[in-house]
Write a protein that binds this ligand. Structure first.
Ligand SMILES: Cc1cc2nc3c(=O)[nH]c(=O)nc-3n(C[C@H](O)[C@H](O)[C@H](O)COP(=O)(O)OP(=O)(O)OC[C@H]3O[C@@H](n4cnc5c(N)ncnc54)[C@H](O)[C@@H]3O)c2cc1C
Length: 491
């Protein structure tokens, strides 16, 4: 019989990613004992793979760059972009606390913020990137968590949360390495198990209208929706589950036997996208989840081809660890992808390329000719969709390439419904004693903080912040500290 690993703690955290680690730091600071259980072989989750960008309002970096921002402007942008389904209370709470309780707090843990950028939907630049992106951010937070005495148990697949007399008592699961049973006794349990964008079956469950199309999985390996499933079994309420954030700049990973894993790419401002009818349908310079994704999802069928010539392809980067050699691009692996993937075609002429990808030749070459014509006329933007041409070039250097792109599920904007203390709510909106949820499992914070669209930096940022809130209150319920107490931006 396999061994049993027993743990006894104040706050048991399921998932040692962005939200889980921040929750742990907060609970440790309150004096609680904390054990985090992590499915993967290493902590970090999707957060460690992320761009490390957080939306922050009123930062010193903004001031340095002469950016004038304030919580009211940010809130207006947020609600306009996210629409009626954005949670105004959580959005306001996050925005008002992003400066002290995220930006400066992260600095106290060793994180360095290095740049600020304006993303689609924002009136000003407020997307702040941590040094070395998600890897830099999370390695510092994990270090801080461990330095404060936090324990991380890796290869731990938590499969059940235990409850007795309507109170949470702990959790159980198994060690994925040894098969040993894991039994956890805890005063409070905090679900920070991430999202479900790497589980295409779950994506299609909530978006059945996409079932006939190829949808790619685009989050971390642990983003399979475990957290939502664990909480649903206990009567926890899931909300806004159909609000899923897609990107379009991704092609299937032909090395994945199921070809579900998506490879996102970047650094190709020169490409155009053509649909199955051989026509462009969007200004490719607007590549965000609230601009390019609806445009691709409106095509029939819902895929397109990224068209490039040789120099444009040479600048392309596949944003996936397999295609990197340290921090550099692995050129040989990129070349192997272009040669071997059934989703990439090349030809000496555009007419020949049209034949290979099965689009109507005259429509396709006409599309390319009209685009090229804009360069011949010296235009600043091409007239059809208004794509600015400064970063682009004419298609004139064969071979020409077509890479097939499909919607990539990257993040989910719905999840476990919680109150402002991150207590999990049941369908009557009553808290379940001892149970907390934060991060993407809780739609980034509270259940649906973003609504239908995110301003960017509004996934990782609220995941880290809601982790802190959940950790503070979970520790308090376990008998340590007075709960999360933040400092408002303008306080
Ligand atoms: C490539 C990429 C880039 C991104 N860039 C940005 C960005 O720049 N800005 C932004 O705002 N957002 C970004 N995001 C989104 C952001 O990273 C996530 O929303 C955020 O990390 C969510 O944090 P989390 O703690 O909820 O989940 P995670 O960080 O994914 O952590 C959840 C952890 O729970 C573990 N887990 C799951 N199930 C179990 C179980 N049953 N038992 C034990 N452990 C379990 C998982 O293995 C995982 O480690 C990006 C996402 C990706 C994939």
């Amino acid at each position: 019989m396999a061994d049993v690993q027993k743990y006894e703690t104040d706050v048991a955290i399921i998932g040692a990613g962005g939200a889980g680690i921040c929750a742990g730091i907060e609970a440790l600071d309150a004096g609680a004992r904390v054990t985090a259980f992590e499915l993967g072989a290493e902590p970090g989750g999707a957060a460690i793979m992320s761009g490390g960008g957080c939306m922050v309002v009123g930062s010193p970096l903004q001031t340095e760059q002469g950016i004038e921002d304030n919580p009211d402007l940010a809130f207006k942008d947020w609600m306009q972009w996210g629409g009626a389904s954005a949670d105004a209370v959580w959005a306001r709470y996050y925005i008002e606390h992003s400066l002290h309780d995220l930006y400066h707090w992260a600095e106290e843990q060793g994180v360095k913020w290095v740049m600020v950028r304006q993303q689609e939907g924002n009136s000003v630049g407020r997307w702040h990137r941590a040094d070395l992106g998600g890897a830099g951010l999370m390695s510092r937070l994990i270090y801080a968590f461990r330095a404060k005495g936090g324990e991380i148990v890796c290869n731990a697949d938590i499969a059940k949360i235990n409850q007795s007399n309507r109170r949470i008592t702990g959790a159980e699961g198994a060690d994925t390495d040894t098969g040993a049973k894991i039994e956890v006794s805890a005063r409070t349990v905090l679900v920070a198990a991430g999202g479900f964008a790497s589980n295409v079956d779950m994506v299609l469950k909530y978006r059945p209208e996409l079932a006939d199309d190829k949808i790619l999985e685009g989050s971390g390996p642990g983003s399979t929706g475990n957290g939502a499933a664990l909480v649903e079994t206990l009567g926890g309420y899931l909300t806004h589950m159909d609000q899923i954030w897609f990107y379009v700049y991704a092609t299937p990973d032909h090395l994945d036997p199921k070809e579900r894993h998506g490879l996102a790419f970047r650094m190709a401002p020169g490409y155009i996208w053509v649909n199955a009818q051989g026509k462009r349908f969007h200004n490719e310079a607007l590549s965000g989840g609230n601009s390019a994704s609806p445009a691709l999802l409106a095509q029939s069928p819902r895929h397109a081809w990224a068209i490039m010539d040789a120099p444009i392809l040479a600048g392309l980067e596949i944003a996936d660890p397999y295609y990197k050699d340290g921090v550099d691009v692995d050129v040989a692996k990129h070349a192997a992808l272009y040669a071997d993937s059934p989703y990439v075609h090349s030809a000496g002429t555009m007419a020949e390329l049209a034949g290979l990808i099965g689009v109507e030749g005259a429509a396709f070459t006409d599309t390319v000719d009209r685009y090229n014509d804009a360069f011949d006329q010296g235009l600043e933007a091409e007239p059809e969709f208004g794509k600015p041409l400064a970063m682009s070039k004419k298609f004139d250097t064969p071979p020409y390439y077509a890479m097939q792109i499909f919607p990539l599920a990257r993040k989910n904007f719905g999840g476990i419904k919680t109150d402002i203390r991150c207590r999990v709510l049941d369908k009557h909106f009553e808290p379940i004693d001892g149970l907390y949820a934060a991060g993407e499992a809780a739609g980034m914070a509270g259940g649906h903080i973003n609504g239908g669209a995110g301003l960017e930096g509004t996934m990782l940022g609220p995941s880290l912040f809601s982790g802190r809130v959940a950790g503070g209150w979970a520790a308090a319920e376990a008998g340590h500290g007075d709960g999360f107490e933040g400092k408002a931006n303008r306080g």
